[in-house]
Design a binder for this molecule. Structure first.
Ligand code: FAQ
Length: 320
């Protein structure tokens, strides 16, 4: 393709983005747009699948049948979200095997938040309330992202996340209305999950390598800092209703800005976790690698069955 042809395609692409039209898989797109979408969507898919592990740990220990059914449904939804996202990503020309390989080799990232342990039942409440709460704030703008398959996947994901957030908040509410010990458990879970939930929304805008370009492409509709502030402003009144204290002595309503001011985030901890040195990184990756290896016979059996079905159809077609 000549330089003039590429320039014309780029202009048409930019005009489409400016008109808020969706980019579809068969449309021409700059190589960097394709690559950055593969990066973000595959990391998002990996986060959903790895994100099943901290809660999966509690399914057999849920305190009642009702809680067990709700938690089971939530974890299954997360598997579904991973599958829509892997499918959306495949439309950009990467295979699912390649994405899994990148996760298992440690090349691809997944969300930092899933590298923390779930030590009490209250953690199921805190994850639903805070982690799904932050995920919704991050993902609602993605329903309007410029790449069609990603935007459409996000619409359904967000509907399900809203149920997830409510089931978590309801667990917290029950614990806070329960015995003194139960309320302490809820406070302890908030203390451990608050700061990692703020980190989950990504580095500050000043430190973020991709935000500026992703905003231009309308992949991101809001910056990491904007989303973090929105999350804090939304969540503090919810903690007040629960009667819990956010573990940040610098948290204060600011009349002038109309937002909460908050304390310094420990970015060293964030980067340590992102680089693989969080409390559960090794265990999470080992679990995913083992699942892949132990599932080899299922993939082989499914492929053999599909081959047999196809051969059967071909023979039937020849005979008729
Ligand atoms: N963890 O330049 P930026 C969920 C990396 S789903 C690890 O700001 P970007 C549902 C980033 O990749 C949770 N790494 O990057 C659920 C980049 O490194 P790279 C996942 C992080 O992409 C709930 C570098 O730092 N959600 O929770 C993190 O513009 C409950 C520089 O960062 C999504 O994936 C992090 N937290 O903005 C499931 C949403 N933050 O790739 C189960 C879609 C940043 O150059 C239970 N993704 N990094 O090597 C996004 O919105 C964006 O990708 C951000 C990061 C906002 C996460």
């Amino acid at each position: 393709m000549s330089e003039a042809e590429i320039k014309s395609l780029e202009e048409q692409f930019d005009a489409k983005i400016a008109r808020d039209e969706k980019i579809e898989p068969k449309d021409w797109m700059p190589e960097k747009y394709r690559k950055t979408h593969i990066r973000q969507i595959s990391q998002h898919a990996h986060s959903e699948i790895v994100g099943m592990l901290p809660e999966g740990n509690w399914i057999t220990r849920a305190p009642s049948l009702r809680r067990k059914v709700a938690l089971l449904a939530k974890v299954q939804d997360e598997a579904g979200h991973g599958l829509y996202l892997y499918s959306a990503c495949e439309t950009l020309g990467i295979t699912r095997e390649q994405m899994y390989e990148d996760l298992h080799s440690g090349k691809a990232k997944y969300s930092s938040i899933f590298n923390y342990p779930t030590v009490t039942w209250a953690d199921m409440g805190a994850i639903g309330w805070l982690v799904d709460g932050a995920a919704i704030i991050n993902q609602v703008p993605l329903c309007n992202t410029s790449f069609g398959p990603y935007a459409r996947a996000m619409v359904r994901v967000c509907k399900e996340e809203s149920f997830h957030q409510r089931q978590g908040y309801e667990i917290m509410l029950s614990l806070c209305n329960g015995s003194e010990e139960q309320k302490e458990m809820a406070q302890d879970a908030l203390n451990r999950w608050w700061w990692p939930s703020l980190m989950m929304l990504g580095p500050t805008d000043a430190e973020s390598t991709h935000t500026a370009q992703s905003m231009k492409w309308k992949l991101k509709r809001k910056t990491n800092d904007e989303l973090r502030q929105q999350f804090i402003d939304q969540t503090v009144p919810q903690a007040d209703i629960l009667g819990l204290t956010i573990p940040d002595p610098d948290l204060k309503w600011n009349e002038e800005t109309g937002h909460y001011d908050f304390g310094e985030i420990d970015w060293d901890e964030f980067w340590q976790v992102v680089k693989g040195h969080g409390p559960m990184n090794k265990s999470r990756l080992d679990a995913r690698r083992n699942a892949w290896e132990n599932g080899a016979w299922v993939r082989e059996a499914a492929t053999a069955y599909a081959d047999k079905q196809r051969e059967g159809k071909e023979e039937a077609a020849k005979a008729s």
